[in-house]
Ligand binder design. Structure first.
Ligand SMILES: Cc1ncc(COP(=O)(O)O)c(C=O)c1O
Length: 397
């Protein structure tokens, strides 16, 4: 099935093979229309006005929260907090739950695969609190070493924070195993679902994670809208992150009484249009169905692997079973040069450390080239990839 025509960008760039969806996804017409429609027909601030337009705007906004709640199977819509993105969601947890719960000599376990946004907030907190970061290493076949993970767990483990799908290698992580083991030690678990959310089914009750975070822009939605899911009993206890408008019930004698979650965490005027358009992105995914997205991307992943494996001087830095994302190097060619040559063939990929320096250290490379696939990609895009690789070898022979 060719899904490309559902995304207007490709009618403006018909030659483009966009292989950079791990960075951000392109937008379907319904999401683009939603933003324009909202500003044209329904725009007013939320949770403030006692007039019709503001009530409509608030209803649309809250209906998006309900859609997110159902999409990830949270128990209550109050467990869904709107943020600016995955990065802000994780910083929120570090600044609230982390500040209150991490103490000297506690241990925070994360993986070698983490994106910097699930590494630096914890590194900074650990430094401040004299706590320790423990990294789950990789095995020789580049999968997460779960035996090593079991050995890292102890009564000192306060937090396990883990990606669901690596943004650099495409490994799908066995979250159930990681979460079950962590809970045996009473550790709190955060899942970074930034990459997995538009590829794999997410059920927070089944996973039993304590927090789960993701970004709208990586799931066909707009930029500037993200999600923080937290179990109600945890969100109830932790302090607010930002303070300001719309998050207090009352202030008497300089003593604020905060709203219950999620309002407690949503100070200030939110990204109203982006939040409302996120609902369209989720409905788009639901209409196509995640299982079809997965099959489409898995077929393309197999084809991409066959192409990459043809070339003896090309090293794949992704495990055998990966989903939609490959990191690779070509001997003697800098990843930036690979990307530039690919661009001359209308193939858009990412080159660099992919905000995953611990992984680059483990791979002993400064940077890699990364291709990432999604719903709108086609076998023809991969033919272009093949031609672009051949061009690299021709230029650098
Ligand atoms: C696994 C992972 N986590 C977190 C992030 C950060 O997401 P954002 O930039 O939308 O906050 C990314 C972005 O690439 C990612 O791939």
């Amino acid at each position: 099935m060719n899904y490309k025509n559902l995304f207007p960008i490709f009618s403006h760039h018909p030659e483009l093979a966009f292989l950079d969806s791990a960075s951000t996804t392109q937008k379907p017409q319904a999401v683009i229309d939603s933003i324009s429609d909202f500003y044209s027909h329904d725009y007013a601030n939320v949770h403030r006005g006692i007039y019709k337009l503001s009530e409509t705007s608030s209803e649309l906004f809250e209906s998006s929260r309900e859609t997110v709640k159902n999409f990830i199977n949270a128990k209550k819509s109050s467990e869904i907090v709107f943020t600016r993105g995955t990065t802000e969601s994780i910083n929120l947890i570090a600044a609230t739950w982390g500040e209150e719960n991490i103490e000297a000599d506690d241990e925070i376990i994360l993986s070698t695969l983490e994106h910097h946004s699930n590494y630096l907030p914890w590194l900074n907190l650990a430094t401040k609190k004299h706590a320790h970061i423990k990294k789950i290493p990789l095995t020789d076949d580049l999968t997460l070493d779960l035996d090593a993970y079991e050995k890292l767990l102890s009564s000192k483990t306060k937090l396990v924070t883990i990606t669901a799908l690596s943004n650099a290698t495409g490994e799908i992580i066995d979250l159930k195993k990681i979460i079950t083991l962590a809970h045996k030690f009473n550790a709190t678990v955060i899942v970074d679902a930034a990459q997995s959310i538009s590829h794999l089914k997410t059920d927070v009750q089944d996973l039993n994670c304590d927090f789960l975070v993701f970004s709208g822009h990586k799931m066909f939605g707009p930029t500037g809208i993200g999600i923080l899911y937290g179990k109600a009993e945890i969100l109830d206890k932790i302090p607010p992150y930002h303070t300001g408008g719309s998050m207090v019930v009352n202030i008497e004698n300089d003593t604020p009484t905060y709203h219950a979650p999620p309002q407690k965490f949503e100070a200030g005027t939110p990204n109203i249009a982006g939040t409302i358009a996120l609902k369209q992105a989720i409905q788009f995914i639901q209409k196509i169905e995640l299982k079809n997205i997965q099959t489409h991307c898995q077929d393309l992943t197999s084809q991409a692997r066959q192409i990459l494996e043809q070339y003896p001087n090309l090293t794949i830095h992704s495990p055998k079973a990966n989903n939609s994302i490959f990191s690779f190097s070509i001997e003697g060619i800098h990843p930036h040069d690979i990307s530039t040559i690919f661009d001359s063939e209308n193939v858009a990929i990412r080159a660099g450390h992919h905000c995953a320096k611990p992984l680059m250290e483990a791979l002993k490379v400064p940077a890699t080239a990364r291709l990432s696939l999604h719903l709108y990609n086609t076998p023809q895009d991969l033919d272009k990839l093949d031609l672009a690789i051949k061009k690299c070898f021709k230029i650098f022979k």
